[in-house]
Ligand binder design. Structure first.
Ligand code: SF4
Length: 335
């Protein structure tokens, strides 16, 4: 591993100043992704600014019913938070489906948002990878692309965003609070991650030196009836082939509110806006769920190894919505 300077930040302002002073510097949170990348020589920072001592590790109520989640709250703590489990169960389920218990105890919310793809060619320094080395090509296009993305892709990169948590946050209309030298700004989660286009090395809309300080969840009563369903090659410690975060409210057989986002299929957490549009104010039945899933996947672009993903994504969307609607029927019948 390349040698680097270590700086322990004691407040947010110092952390931002320290990172801005060194163009090659990186923030260090739980280290569950950055340290791996440094060991592999993929990330080679001159300076690491440790932010784990900053006072950003609480979950607080917001006026009006939302939650403010500090960027250093550990994934395991957030998943176990009673307010998250009852008001936003899809988020708790998404967190618990990710990584292992040990990793969730270390990983932070801010780090989870910024974790990098697990495309195998990105981690292999001998392969062509436009994300790691712009202009070098993409060995995944005609290589091992079983895990590759099918929505929002380009000829430069088909890598997926690996986070489960971010899929739930996308469905919940989360906002990210960011601190830079010029002050604090807020970024809708939907605008935080960038699609690859011709510049897959640019993964977020953050400016150099900006630090994620919190994530805010607006109140969302529909989210009390929500699910995160993850399909993967083994039952634990695996990234999603396809995942679905969904919330549903049905009144007299009609969908009155719906939230839907997909993971494992795109270079960013994928809010399924087209499916939501079709579902809203329509019947809460199997045919409508299928129409919505078909429409959302209509623009999918597949490669040889991931040609199964559109079908799997559609089936997972339908199954998740079916499960949510059945639970609503059961609750209604029990009253
Ligand atoms: Fe690199 Fe993206 Fe191609 Fe993977 S898909 S090899 S990350 S450019």
């Amino acid at each position: 591993m390349k040698s680097f300077a270590y700086v322990k930040a004691t407040n947010v302002e110092d952390a931002v100043r320290a990172i801005t002073a060194e163009p090659g510097a990186k923030f260090l949170g739980g280290g569950t992704n950055l340290v791996d990348l440094m060991r592999e020589g993929i990330e080679r920072p001159d300076t690491v600014v440790d932010v784990t001592g900053l006072p950003l590790n609480t979950v607080e109520e917001l006026p009006g019913g939302g939650l403010r989640i500090g960027a250093l709250v550990r994934n395991s703590a957030l998943a176990a938070d009673r307010r998250v489990r009852t008001r936003y169960p899809m988020l708790s389920q998404a967190l618990l489906s990710g990584a292992s218990a040990q990793l969730r105890n270390m990983a932070t919310v801010g780090g989870n948002l910024l974790q990098r793809t697990r495309c195998p060619y990105f981690y292999d320094g001998t392969s062509a990878c436009n994300k790691r080395e712009p202009g070098s090509g993409c060995d995944a296009l005609d290589g091992f692309n079983r895990g590759g993305a099918i929505l929002g892709v380009s000829d430069s990169c088909i890598a997926t965003h690996p986070s489960d948590m971010c899929v739930a946050l996308a469905a919940l209309d989360a906002e990210v609070e960011v601190r830079g030298l010029d002050g604090t700004r807020r970024v809708p989660l939907a605008d935080l991650h960038a699609l690859p286009g011709d510049t897959p090395e640019i993964e977020t809309t953050l400016a150099p030196g900006e630090l994620i300080t919190a994530v805010e969840l607006p109140p969302a009563p529909v989210a009390a009836n929500s699910r995160y369903r993850k399909v993967r090659d083994r039952a634990s410690y695996a990234f999603a082939l396809v995942s679905v975060a969904a919330a549903l409210e049905v009144r007299e057989g009609t969908v009155s509110q719906v939230r839907l986002a997909l993971g494992g299929v795109a270079p960013k957490p994928w809010r399924a806006r087209e499916a939501e549009r079709i579902l809203l104010n329509g019947p809460a039945d199997e045919a409508a769920f299928r129409r919505a899933a078909e429409a959302e996947l209509a623009t999918a672009t597949v490669r040889q190894g991931n040609a199964f993903k559109p079908g799997l994504a559609k089936a997972t969307i339908v199954a998740t919505l079916r499960e949510l609607s059945r639970e609503l029927s059961t609750e209604g019948a029990g009253r």
